[in-house]
Design a protein around this ligand. Structure first.
Ligand code: CO
Length: 155
């Protein structure tokens, strides 16, 4: 599985509204496999298709056990509470900032074969779902930052 290049802020791919996935075929599976490899190598909490230049509605999100969940055509169907914490993005390297997100989310999505499922998450994982789904609508976390954090303060 080859890794793919992660595009950086300034690339127009990151500002497009992505189209739904309609074909759950080998090409999709190859993309997902490549994204797993890319994300594992980058050691990130999530990766959305537009970050590898593909304008389709799919992403990977790290779950609490450290595995990556594939979400195709995801939608947040429920959210509650708020949390305010530090966020970053593989497409905006070296930048960290405070972002308010829901504390709990429920997401409906499809798996790589098109089978629908729902998943609930809280805390850091809920934040990761929101961040990745935002990517599919051309939104970056920097749009929401209330305060930038000096990376040295995070050490
Ligand atoms: Co990101």
């Amino acid at each position: 599985m080859p890794t793919r290049n992660i595009v950086k802020e300034g690339d127009s791919c990151l500002r497009k509204v992505c189209r739904p996935v309609t074909d759950f075929n080998d090409r999709l599976h190859t993309l997902l496999d490549d994204m797993h490899e890319t994300l594992a190598e980058a050691n990130g909490a999530g990766l959305a298709a537009p970050q590898v230049g593909v304008l389709r509605r799919l992403a990977l999100v790290m779950l609490e056990d450290g595995s990556y969940l594939e979400i195709i055509n995801p939608e947040i169907v429920e959210k509650s509470g708020t949390q305010n914490d530090v966020e970053g993005c593989l497409s905006v390297p070296g930048v960290w900032g405070m972002v308010e997100r829901p504390m709990n989310v429920t997401v409906s999505a499809q798996d790589r074969f098109g089978k629908p499922f729902t998943v609930s998450a809280e805390g850091f994982t809920a934040r990761a779902f929101c961040h990745e789904i935002d990517h599919l609508d051309g939104h970056l976390f920097t749009d929401l930052v209330t305060e930038y954090i000096d990376p040295e303060e995070l050490e």
